[in-house]
Design a protein around this ligand. Structure first.
Ligand code: ZN
Length: 239
């Protein structure tokens, strides 16, 4: 069986992590062609910053084999190991590491630093990177893209209420000036003619985050809309 066969097994573990809302990274430990340990990334669910896929797979294998050292084992992981996991792999005396995608943020096989090349630490472990790198990386990209979308969907709806005395020219000017911001923040705009009607103000104040713009007495924040940095500062507080 070649490396891609076992990397697919690690990918199944990564998918399991993704289904639980964890960053999808999976790992397996193989000894003489047999899977002896499995693990996936679960720091949120486990409330454990060390609960990376490699650590989980190493623990599983060590328990199954009854040995804290795994000298004739290979570890397959979908993402380049971080410094913590590289340390654990070296402590376990893993013979060979095979990984999928590179990790430009925390990778410890050359992306950030190379602990495996440090001869004062490592006499045991050889490393092969880039096995099924595309599907391993795509799983992560899709996960983060979906999470970004989710956050956008969950963002509170912002409603601008434009208050005019009659439909004054100020409202028209402001509507035009606001359009790019409305698009950027996914906000809606409502134009109200609330001449002498304070009830409407109270009603909207209660229910939705509102930026009011008006030319009537007592509503003094129309300058927010003329001053983009100030509008952004207000929006940042709402978000
Ligand atoms: Zn790690």
């Amino acid at each position: 069986m070649d490396d891609t066969f076992f990397m697919r097994e690690a990918l199944y573990q990564a998918e399991a992590a993704g289904c639980l809302g964890e960053v999808p990274v999976g790992a397996i430990v193989v000894r003489k062609g047999e899977i002896v340990g499995r693990g996936f990334n679960a720091p949120i669910g486990e409330q454990d910053p060390t609960a990376h896929a490699e650590i989980a797979a190493l623990r599983d294998a060590a328990r199954n084999l009854g040995n804290y050292r795994l000298p004739d084992c290979e570890l397959f992981v979908t993402l380049e190991p971080c410094a913590m996991c590289a340390g654990a792999i070296l402590h376990a005396r893993i013979a060979r590491v095979v990984y999928g995608a590179r990790d430009p943020k925390t990778g410890a096989h050359g992306s950030i630093l190379d602990l495996f090349a440090e001869s004062r630490l490592n006499h045991h472990t050889v490393v092969t990177g880039g096995v099924l790198a595309e599907p391993c990386g795509r799983l992560l990209r899709d996960f983060f893209a979906e999470r970004r979308q989710q956050r956008l969907r969950e963002r509170p709806q912002i409603k601008f209420i434009l208050i005019g005395r009659g439909y004054c020219h100020l409202c028209d000017d402001m509507t035009e000036a606001l359009t790019p911001l409305l698009l950027e923040y996914g906000a809606t705009l409502e134009v109200l003619d609330v001449d002498a009607d304070n009830v409407l103000l109270e009603k909207y104040d209660e229910r939705v985050p509102v930026l009011l713009l008006g030319d009537r007495e007592g509503v003094e924040i129309c300058h927010y809309f003329l001053d983009e940095p100030k509008v952004r500062a207000v929006l940042a507080q709402i978000r």
